[in-house]
Every structure is written in C-alpha cells, then in structure tokens.
Design a protein around this ligand. Structure first.
Ligand code: SF4
Length: 69
C-alpha cells in the first residue's frame, strides 16, 4: 500500500500520528512526515488514520502516487 498526504489540506490535527505512529510523524505545528510505502503490518492502521483525518488529506491505496490527484 502507498500513501500520499495532501499537505495543503493537512491541518496538523495529528489523528494519523495517533493511529499509526510508525507511519506518520509530526514535526512542529504543521510539518507532517510520513512513509510513502506502508509496511503490510501497518495497512489497517493507515486505513483507520485515513478515515479519521478530519480534512481527508490522506490518500491510501495501491498505485497511489504524488502525481495521481
Ligand atoms: S490526520 Fe490529517 S490533518 Fe491531521 S496530521 Fe494527519 S493528515 Fe494532517
């Protein structure tokens, strides 16, 4: 699974960091870092994180890439 986060939408609510701390990391107020390739054991957590993001900034799935918006 791959993920792309639309950082222009992300408001730094950190729901994703809370739900999948191995994949998402917040640096400072709005500096979200994330792993674009999700390990298999993190897929369910990332699904939950994507569903929980208040601004739907997380795109997750196979074949998702930064250019695919
Ligand atoms: S849950 Fe959404 S808005 Fe919050 S830090 Fe993650 S991507 Fe950004």
């Amino acid at each position: 699974m791959q993920i792309v986060v639309d950082l222009t939408r992300c408001q730094g609510y950190a729901q994703c960091v809370f739900l999948a701390p191995d994949v998402f990391e917040l640096h400072g107020e709005e500096g979200l870092l994330y792993a674009t390739a999700v390990p298999d054991d993190q897929v369910e957590r990332v699904r939950q994180a994507a569903a929980a993001c208040p601004v739907q900034a997380i795109l997750a799935g196979e074949g998702v890439s930064a250019g695919a918006r």
